[in-house]
Design a protein around this ligand. Structure first.
Ligand SMILES: [Fe+2]
Length: 130
């Protein structure tokens, strides 16, 4: 959820929540699907890392689109370098998450860096955790 500052209803809601010291509720709905205060610290960290993973994937996609349209070679090189950084960030986020979720790790071990039909590899991975 994001609030447009030009939107008077949203501005009023934010002021109301700040006055009532419920600003955390506004922030919580950005990142958490469930009430943050009911979630463990571990689950909140997991949720933050999932959000980071999504943001890194989005950044990779945005650079891919910009690179595909850029005509200036130097600008293109800078963006390719930046996209490479995002690959690393995505990989670190994913590794963190996989270390927390053994079943997820097992499924991905069956799919990633393997030759063959991706759907079949996915099915095999799923069977390993059933
Ligand atoms: Fe990044």
């Amino acid at each position: 959820m994001s609030f447009g500052l030009k939107d008077n209803k949203c501005r009023f809601l934010v002021i109301f929540l700040q006055e009532r010291q419920h600003k955390i509720i506004v922030m919580a709905t950005d990142q958490y699907h469930e009430p943050a205060e009911e979630l463990s610290q571990e689950t909140r960290t997991f949720a933050r890392m999932i959000t980071s993973l999504i943001e890194e994937a989005e950044a990779i996609s945005w650079y891919e689109q910009r690179i595909s349209l850029e005509k200036d070679k130097q600008a293109k090189a800078v963006m390719e370098n930046a996209q490479q950084e995002e690959f690393k960030h995505f990989g670190m986020d994913l590794e963190f998450l996989l270390r927390k979720k053994e079943k997820w790790k097992i499924v991905l071990q069956s799919i990633l860096f393997k030759k063959g039909d991706i759907v079949e590899l996915g099915e095999q991975g799923e069977e390993k955790v059933d």
